[in-house]
Design a protein around this ligand. Sequence first.
Ligand code: ATP
Length: 231
Amino acid sequence: MTASTVLRAEGVSREFGSGDAVTKVLHDCDIEVLAGQTVAIVGKSGSGKSTFANCLSGLDRPTSGRITLLGQDLAELDETSMARLRAENIGFVLQKDNLVPTLNLAENVAAPLIMSGMRLSEALERAREALEEVGLGHRAGSWPGQVSGGEAQRAAVARACVNEPAIVFADEPTGALDEENGLRVQELLRVKVKERGAACVIITHDLDLASGADVVATMSAGTFVMAGRVG
Ligand SMILES: Nc1ncnc2c1ncn2[C@@H]1O[C@H](COP(=O)(O)OP(=O)(O)OP(=O)(O)O)[C@@H](O)[C@H]1O
């Protein structure tokens, strides 16, 4: 059986500004991400990785080209429908500051469930289980300011995956961590995302993290110069 396509981008370009001040950041980028597949996007600082990921995840809109997520053309969605599609189908892990500082870890992890309509008590129970799964059950009542950077990233992975999204976007998820914590977060992403059959797009400078991906796409000056299986 062929794995199904979760995300497809065709001819995606993104320009900022207008007239003489236009900056073309993405040039005709294509990508396909299948269920169960992890794609790493690597490349120099400023090459356009985050811009592309923002377009792919519906946080930004490309100037031209077509992006479909679970068969839905993102250009056809208004902001409300886009927000719903994101909440129900996409998990996000950023480099840092993923958590809302005024909510404890359980409340942070419960947030996507509550936004999807789950009852508060049920969502908090599910969030505590999700924290257990990333080794943070004892930290459920802690505030983000009371936990280490590594623990905060593990909570962020729990939150990104708690809804069982079809795809997780991780933008430099290990970028602010030391090697040991980086490896732990890397392993968690692998277990929580890949083994559940979800797709994952990881933007990273960390070649170790990229080497664990099924496909590495290298971005150079807004264009993919190589996309292939590692190893
Ligand atoms: N809103 C914007 N307006 C103008 N230029 C922008 C905007 N967003 C990004 N850029 C420019 O697009 C280029 C690519 O930025 P982007 O953040 O996508 O790169 P990146 O590869 O993710 O970099 P890094 O690894 O440093 O995060 C940069 O030159 C940046 O200044």
